[in-house]
Design a protein around this ligand. Structure first.
Ligand code: ATP
Ligand code: MG
Length: 337
């Protein structure tokens, strides 16, 4: 048995950027944010409410943290599903100090009644409460301190228009370029005290699906393989072993992506509905819509049509040229194993 105490696990939070200068990419968002921050500081006002929209892992939460650091304001973090009743909303909002930043993750999941109560909170900084019913109905407005709401969502389309309209600033996140991912990877490597050359960082970046969270996840897997098999050394061989263990190809596509492509390929160009895909692949809708599909759409391997998903010429070419097209789609036996 190892008698040494285990070292403290490096917290994911330590890998997050803490200032705008650490925050890689999203140039247009950063430019707009800098103007809004400076204007608010000069006028000594709260920033307007901000909506952050984009696929998982692209840096929405990290940006909210960066913003609170840059503005030197306290950040209060919560998720929409934990605000179930008006009383939850009241106790959250009433405790905010002037200028605080309230971050609500997954804001598209707000309960409809709570969402309606938010309108007056966002606009006039007061909570409207209606008590009783019929002739005894009583309405009251309770003021709260002015604050900035940052809402994050992976599904801005699900937000009602009145809610969307109350955000002064809306930012849409873009997938990261290879150079940006190399920066993310090398910064993280430095914080984890790993040596990863630019050539190796590029190989990891290529498999990161344009997403910093995946890039960081891969760096940690590479570190594990280096620890177990290669005496902590990270080189080409370490990467090859890691990618083959994870069954990732040169684009970062996994078995689940290939199953989806093969399913669409076997339908000979007929669109396949999301429910059918979920049933055949035994996958839940959110994972498919938010994790699997966006990258396949980005690299133009699939298309969304009103009647369902179809595979593109590029997608077909990928399956055929890598020898996947002839495989049988048999999920119970495990594809590509
Ligand atoms: N622009 C960036 N620069 C450096 N690191 C980043 C950047 N964006 C994200 N990261 C890293 O990627 C990880 C995931 O980012 P984050 O949690 O902010 O994503 P998210 O958009 O909030 O995802 P989700 O929708 O799942 O909540 C973070 O731990 C952070 O370290
Ligand atoms: Mg987040």
């Amino acid at each position: 048995m190892n008698s040494q105490e285990p070292k403290t696990k490096v917290e994911d939070n330590l890998l997050r950027p803490s200032s705008l200068s650490d925050y890689v990419g999203q140039t247009s968002i950063k430019k707009n944010l800098k103007i809004a921050m400076k204007a608010a500081k000069d006028r000594n006002e709260c920033m307007e409410h901000i909506l952050l929209n984009g696929p998982p892992g692209l840096g929405k939460t990290s940006l909210a943290i960066v913003l609170s650091n840059e503005m030197e304001r306290e950040l209060i973090k919560t998720t929409a599903t934990s605000i179930k009743r008006i009383i939850d909303l009241m106790s959250l909002v009433m405790t905010l100090k002037p200028g605080d930043i309230l971050f609500i993750d997954e804001i598209h999941r707000l309960d409809k009644r709570i969402e309606e109560s938010f309108y007056s909170v966002m606009e006039d900084f007061e909570i409207q409460i209606v008590r009783g019913g019929g002739r005894n109905i009583k309405a009251a407005s309770i003021p709260c301190n002015p604050f900035t709401l940052i809402g994050a969502t992976t599904r801005a389309g699900l937000l009602s228009k009145p809610l969307r309209d109350r955000f002064g600033l809306t930012f849409h996140f873009q997938f990261y370029s290879l150079d940006e991912l190399i920066d993310v990877i090398q910064n993280v490597a430095q914080r984890l005290e790993l040596t990863i050359t630019k050539t190796e960082a590029l190989e990891i970046a290529k498999r990161s699906r344009g997403t910093p969270r995946i890039a960081i996840h891969l760096v940690k897997r590479v570190r594990d393989v280096a620890t177990v098999y290669f005496d902590h050394k990270i080189d080409r061989e370490t990467l090859q072993e890691t990618f083959s263990t994870l069954r990732l190809d040169q684009n970062g596509l996994s078995d689940q992506d290939r199953k989806l492509l093969l399913l669409l390929y076997q339908k000979n160009g007929h669109p396949v509905g999301l429910n059918t895909i979920c049933a055949i692949l035994s996958e839940d809708r959110t994972t498919l819509e938010e994790m699997t599909e966006p990258y396949l759409l980005l690299i133009n391997y699939i298309e969304k049509t009103p009647r369902g998903r179809v595979i593109t010429k590029d997608g077909i070419n990928y399956l055929q040229s890598n020898g996947y097209a002839k495989q049988q789609l048999n999920t119970s036996l495990g594809l590509f194993s």
